[in-house]
Design a protein around this ligand. Sequence first.
Ligand code: GCO
Length: 462
Amino acid sequence: MTSDNSFLWGSATSAFQIEGSSQEAERGPSIWDAFCDIPGNIADGQTGQQTCDHVRRFRDDITLMKSLNLQAYRFSVSWPRVIPEGVGRINADGLDFYDRLVDELVAANIVPCLTLYHWDLPNALQKRLGGWEHPDTAKHFADYSTLIFDRLGDRVKHWFTINEPWCIAFGGYIGGNFAPGVQDRARGFQVGHQLLRAHALTVAAFRNHKHSDGAIGIGLNCDFMFPATDTSADRDAAQRAILDMAGWFGDPVWFGDYPKELRDAYGDILPTYSDEDQRLLKKSIDFIATNYYFSDIVRANPDAGPLAYERITYPDRPRTAMGWPIVPEGLESLLIWLSKRYGELPVYITENGIALPDETVEDGKVHDAERIEYIRTHFDAARRAMDAGVDLRGYFVWSLLDNFEWAHGFTKRFGLVHCDFETQERTIKDSGLWYADWIANGGWDANESPKPCCINTAGECQ
Ligand code: GCO
């Protein structure tokens, strides 16, 4: 994203997770509001109505970012705050909010990095068109994005179209644990397809825009998959598992089509692209952006679905409050895999972080040593990937604040800053203080050099 080689240390959030609805700049309902209204969907029965009340408190939150020494801040714009019905009427107050946010970030010398879509589709489009399954939604997304380029493109130069299309398609339409809660693989593939078309149309609009002097990409997510054994069957199975996640979206935006392995395995339920779609999709990213949280072990199993692989959770690793095994070396391997496959483009880690159980404020402090350890070991993994040739340009810790963790509601805390959801009081955790020092000291350069990794490809310590 940056034209020079400078490295950005940042933190990330998303609109639905932190903004709250708020009286000022009120937004239209999104599919996540509708999903929260269905009893049983959210672990603690909570909603996105209030969350961190960021729309009213954004100036204080920027002050917090300054105390963390953040150089960049990745946030998302809520489409229904800007265009409540998804098309048509523009909510001037909503647009003004993002304008002020960007102004204040720039004034604070924090680089604004903007995600156009982080899961909160205007519910009107879901009801009227069937949401992302309908090809017109992709066009409406490109129109909405163009409005954002018009208004903010003079100051924002770092753009992400869609955050984690895999989660939207898989979580929303195959697993069904995310909005809109469907369980149907063919519909999931159709949604993934239209998300990719939306990305391609938006990038084309960006590249023709008067404010095209920035860079644009898509926010992928991939768990890394280590083969269970060194046999070729398991190694191939692990590759198929990576393609099933990162390749489903990464291949189209770079090569213009899905991986052959997915076509062979899924057949006709994987939609096909028109020539025009393919032309627009090919090389429609200026950089690779990925979120990373954990890795799994993969074994070949002919009976385990069309791609014949089985994922196994690391049995012997410590787990986060999400139940995710802590596997820092998976980040190193993922970065190398993505960089080799997609043109050795510049790379950004757009999310990485940990939820911890039972975090409490005592005497104005939150002692989260495990978060410091998690972040530090992942920083080191990223550094090893750089030493192996990955052109890493930035690292965004998830998340700035404890926030609304989707189907988990407020039960999982990822923040560098603790948020009391009753009083809205913010407390910088030990990890936030540590990160502020890390950035002030120049990252790895001035801190001790990364520890070598002892883990082999089977996930064992050598
Ligand atoms: C995602 C989203 C974030 C999450 C984070 C922790 O990856 O699911 O981008 O919104 O909150 O990843 O689960």
